[in-house]
Ligand binder design. Sequence first.
Ligand SMILES: C[S@@+](CC[C@H](N)C(=O)[O-])C[C@H]1O[C@@H](n2cnc3c(N)ncnc32)[C@H](O)[C@@H]1O
Length: 446
Amino acid sequence: MAQKTVREAALNILVRVGQGGGYSHLLIQQEISKDDLNQKDVSLLTELVYGTLQRRDTLAFFLKPFVRKRVKPWVRWLLYLAIYQMHYLERVPDHAIIYEAVELAKKKGGKSLSSFVNGVLRNVQRKGVPSFDSIEDPVKRLAVEMSHPEWLVKRFVRWYGFDIARSMCLKNLHEKDVSVRVQSTKMSREDAIKRLEQDGFEVERSLLSSQGIIMKSGNIFRHPLFKEYFTVQDESSMLVGEMMDVEPGMFVLDACSAPGGKTTHIAEKMKDNGEIHAYDLHAKKAKLVEEKAKDLGLSIITAKPADSRTLPDIYEKETFDRILLDAPCSGLGVLRGKPDIKYQKSAEDVTNLSGIQTDLLEAVAPLLKTGGKLVYSTCTVDREENEHVIQQFLKNHPEYEIDPSFRESLPVVCRELSGLSQWGLQLFPHDLDTDGFFLTRLIKKS
Ligand SMILES: C[S@@+](CC[C@H](N)C(=O)[O-])C[C@H]1O[C@@H](n2cnc3c(N)ncnc32)[C@H](O)[C@@H]1O
């Protein structure tokens, strides 16, 4: 695909995301599979879409002094796309970026629009973008500079203070390395690393999971062993499987399991011996868990659709040795890979989700055996969905406590992190370059 066409494809995706017509990561995936893109095109498309979307609010601030009238959404996205490249990317000279934007404007909107786009971009080039110093309020300034909505920045600052909020927002703007988990009943991590290095990949060992490998270069999705031996999973998610403290032969419940990343990890930890009962609200999603287990050659997982709030109707009390509640959440920890989320979620969503998380926890808690362990996790950095859910639960359930061995069973690199509290571990994206993630382990006292 010619570079100009990649820019057009990027613009089309941005416009669709802006209209609420799809998620950026899925639309990029669709575009990649539709066209025969080479690796360079794929990288450029991904960079243009994510970069522009990640910086949307900053780009709007940059553009404001140069556009006084209302413009159509696609024209606005075209200008954002061009200013993103002019301001943040060094590879392409400004005149080439402006030329391509003007050509695109001509193709989509005719001569007068192309003159408008040309005029705006030439002005931006000549006068430069406005300085953030013109925004007096520090929270507002941070929100604009880091392109995060103000309500969210306010919340981050309220929970964690200005410095952590700033580091987190900054990290959210940048892509992270892909990490994978090796199917440990089939291959050791060392053998996997040897094989990948022989095949030209650069990799690092994860410090959060003995099965984790961080890909520093190379496209793991195209590796011949990918489907049967590897699962793409953030290191923070791998930590959940590690912290489940399972053994072969156990009876395990995974209450919110799709697409099955953690379920299959737990099965691997159990050496595919025992039983895992996996549920997800949607039948289609529960199928994904079964398919994932099949690809990896794991036999102990049974996945079914159900609202896990109804599981007490299916199971006797004190049935399971281990329970995982990897709860549905706002996803505010995964903004690096899914920038759309920051513009879509609201404080009200967070509150609603914390209600669902509490209900799920209340429903599954009676199903744990005395002496059994329950891991609660989310991929968010919001206290209302994390510590507050756990605090409230423990207040109402004196039979439960935080597992006293939780802290010492964490990997060494996690033990001094600022997010480690009496309620669990809040991983920030800037701590260990993972997603933002919360996890804790409760134990039912005997
Ligand atoms: C964070 S995701 C789970 C990710 C999964 N554990 C993994 O590692 O691949 C949360 C899941 O909970 C499911 N879910 C939401 N509400 C639910 C409910 N009431 N009962 C069961 N599953 C639910 C969603 O469909 C979603 O797949």
